[in-house]
Design a protein around this ligand. Structure first.
Ligand SMILES: [Ca+2]
Ligand SMILES: [Ca+2]
Length: 274
């Protein structure tokens, strides 16, 4: 049997330095006359690859020009929106989104958390002084950038997600560890996944806060009902609290609260009568 190898023309690829702003051909953060000049210089068929073939159809043509003109000016960056006023509700909301969730916390979800917390604390005033302890910072990621791997895509994400501070941690295992701080709140679990998908990134996780005491976890049950599992912990909470009082509430869309369960557990020295 004879196997014939057929040479296949390489698929045209756009070599834009920044995938979120493909018409910024020279990567200076704006789409301007310089990028237009590059595009006109590449006008026509480009069977291999050329930067100005923005739509990757194998030619630089009117559709690419239209895209360039539509992008004219500074490249759009991620919009963090207006920060939510209630810190605790925002934190619970962002933690609720999860790694596969959206990057931004929908306002309707934030509003619901805010009103449910009010209703729950009306029903259980002991929780007034037991706020949710954040699992992680809403504006930070810890990343490990591999040495010797081109990091253009990483730089591009940092620009798009508006990194305002990159704090060096240490080097280890062929890479450099950084704490990135973003210009606003974001679902850092999902954003970590976006960073981790890059070749040059070996690790990207939220900046976890150690020593959580109280944990509020809402789940949507459907029909407008939310179930809240609330763990009120105390005594030696640095490595997991010794003592726990765990509530389960269901709250309907009108703010009616039902206590489903209340369990207390922990070490013999816990003062459950407190
Ligand atoms: Ca440019
Ligand atoms: Ca094209």
């Amino acid at each position: 049997m004879i196997v014939t190898l057929i040479a296949v023309a390489p698929t045209p690829v756009t070599a834009s330095p920044c995938a979120h702003c493909p018409t910024d051909l020279d990567g200076d953060g704006s789409t301007t006359a310089a990028d237009l000049a590059t595009m006109l210089a590449q006008w026509g068929a480009c069977p291999n690859s050329c930067d100005a073939d923005v739509d990757a159809d194998g030619a630089v043509g009117p559709t690419d020009l239209a895209a360039l003109l539509a992008d004219w000016g500074e490249c759009a960056l991620f919009d963090f929106g207006t920060p939510y006023r209630d810190d605790e509700s925002a934190q619970i909301g962002y933690e609720m989104l999860g790694p596969a969730g959206p990057l931004a916390l929908p306002e309707i979800t934030y509003d619901r958390i805010l009103s449910d917390l009010d209703a729950i604390r009306d029903a259980a005033p002991a929780l007034l002084t037991e706020p949710h302890t954040p699992a992680w910072a809403r504006d930070r990621l810890i990343v490990k950038v591999l040495d010797g791997v081109p990091a253009a895509a990483y730089e591009c994400l940092n620009e798009f997600y508006r990194v305002v501070d990159a704090q060096f941690l240490f080097t280890s295992g062929g890479g450099t560890w950084w704490v990135l701080t973003f210009a606003g709140d974001v679902n850092v679990e999902a954003l970590g996944g976006i960073y981790a998908s890059l070749d040059e990134i070996a690790f990207a996780e939220p900046d976890a806060l150690i020593g959580g005491e109280n944990h509020y976890e809402p789940v949507m049950l459907g029909g407008g009902v939310w179930r809240w599992t609330i763990d009120d912990g105390w005594h030696d909470c640095f490595d997991g609290c010794d003592c726990h009082r765990q509530y389960t509430f269901e709250v309907d869309a009108r703010g009616n609260v039902v206590l489903i369960d209340l369990v207390e557990f922990g070490q013999p020295w816990c003062d459950f009568g407190r």
